[in-house]
Design a protein around this ligand. Structure first.
Ligand SMILES: [Zn+2]
Length: 428
């Protein structure tokens, strides 16, 4: 295995140092390191971050390989600085058995661009009627610890309670897509003044907040772990803050797009902005940024949701919901959180690597950059500026809301257990 000597990287944006990567681990960190035979990478001016961990990625395989495959989705992840992703269960077939989660896990290992941790479905076929084989998925080679019906809400309170009780046995977590289904029938965008003006069916904030409120109480009642997917409203933040203050074992994530974009974009009727949960108001964006900064929201998760053109390039009401986000996540977080002074790079490492790895119970990811740690890291140039051109993405889909926008920062290199998956901004 090649030994790598990374020269002069700013560790978490701080002091410049050299990193020696050998045998899959960080062997040394210090100034003026040298090593005969090592491959040298000049990282002058680059920020070294621990490899990013995504809690919420849709890889679409099996079943929708026209939208994405494990191969293309994990290439996109590596290009975005990720060394691990959690692959959501709403595939076809649904990842609700040991067989399907092992298949996805194996495809990830074969592709080799980042670690793929399948998320298991909570209910059979995401139908919300009976629990899936949670224990068998936990015991499988994929060692599933995160379970979610994402795309759909586990709306039955009894089933949700039983799921929370069941995963305690193996320290699992239920990741809830909080959307009260009756309150959001045919919903097309955030409910408010603008939805009235545009004549689109509204998606009220209370539909998200009511489920979160119920679930934090259920999780506290059974003493289990709850994770809230893609929080999108100021009211949700208040409930999670209250629950944490009472000692409830709840964690939460926010997407990059909910940190940057608002419902105003829906006025274009461009379906690229149609997403679940919907883009909200400027006040919600401010509350989400503040909550990520103060730790009420634990993690940034992309909710990378690839769709082929035929599912997006149609009229608003008929278009699929979702946007891709792996290759732009760190740049959007830089724009929304770092350039606004809300987070420094150590904070970004915490919210995009350490904490998501802990939530997913990943032992070999989300470790501080230190001698002996697995050599999972990304080298990032925060001074770069680039114009988003989805035709250059590794993702098989093109549904990015940032097309044509200039974003800060670029991932220059990514290492997975000491082996480069990205070099010079390209798949290695
Ligand atoms: Zn979701």
């Amino acid at each position: 295995m090649t030994t790598w000597l990374i020269k002069g990287a700013r560790i978490l944006g701080g002091e410049a140092a050299d990193l020696l990567l050998a045998d899959g681990r960080i062997a040394q960190i210090g100034r003026g390191l040298s090593e005969a035979g090592a491959q040298v990478l000049d990282a002058d001016g680059l920020v070294a971050l621990p490899g990013l961990v995504d809690l919420h990625t849709h890889l679409r395989e099996p079943g929708r390989e026209d939208a994405e495959t494990v191969e293309t989705g994990t290439q996109a992840a590596a290009l975005g600085g990720f060394t691990a992703v959690h692959a959501m269960a709403n595939t076809d077939p649904v990842a609700d058995t040991a067989g399907v989660v092992e298949q996805v896990w194996r495809l990830g290992r074969e592709a080799g661009h980042c670690d793929v941790h399948p998320v298991g479905a909570v209910t059979v076929g995401l139908a919300g009627e009976r629990l899936a084989e949670l224990g068998a998925m936990a015991d499988s080679a994929a060692r599933v610890r995160v379970f979610s019906d994402d795309g759909k809400c586990v709306s039955d309170a009894v089933l949700m309670r039983r799921a929370l009780e069941y995963v305690k046995a193996f320290d699992g977590v239920i990741a809830q897509h909080a959307q009260e289904p009756r309150l959001t029938e045919d919903a097309q965008m955030n409910e408010g003044e603008l939805s009235g003006v545009l004549g689109l069916r509204g998606w009220p904030a209370v539909a998200e907040e009511a489920i979160i409120a119920r679930d934090v109480l259920l999780a506290a009642h059974v003493g289990s772990r709850l994770h809230v997917c893609h929080v999108s409203t100021a009211g949700s933040v208040e409930i999670i803050r209250w629950a944490k203050s009472r000692g409830c074992n709840v964690t939460a994530e926010v997407t990059p797009h909910h940190l940057l974009l608002t419902e105003q974009l829906v006025a274009t009727y461009d379906p690229v902005y149609k997403v679940n949960p919907p883009l909200r108001t400027q006040e919600d964006v401010q509350a989400l940024r503040a909550a990520l900064a103060d730790g009420t929201i634990d993690a940034v998760a992309t909710d990378h949701a690839p769709h082929p053109a035929e599912d997006k390039d149609c009229e608003w009401a008929a278009a699929a919901m979702g946007m891709i986000g792996l290759e732009t996540a760190l740049s959007v977080v830089q724009e929304a959180m770092v350039e606004t002074g809300l987070l420094d790079w150590a904070g970004v490492a915490d919210r995009m690597s350490y904490r998501p790895a802990r939530i997913g119970r990943l032992a070999e990811q989300g470790q501080p950059l230190a001698p002996g740690a697995p050599a999972n890291l990304t080298l990032y140039d925060p001074s770069a500026r680039w114009t988003v051109d989805p035709s250059a993405f590794a993702s098989r889909s093109r549904n990015t809301p940032y097309q044509g926008m200039t974003l800060p920062g670029r991932v220059v290199a990514t290492f997975l257990r000491g082996r480069p998956t990205v070099l010079d901004g390209k798949i290695a």
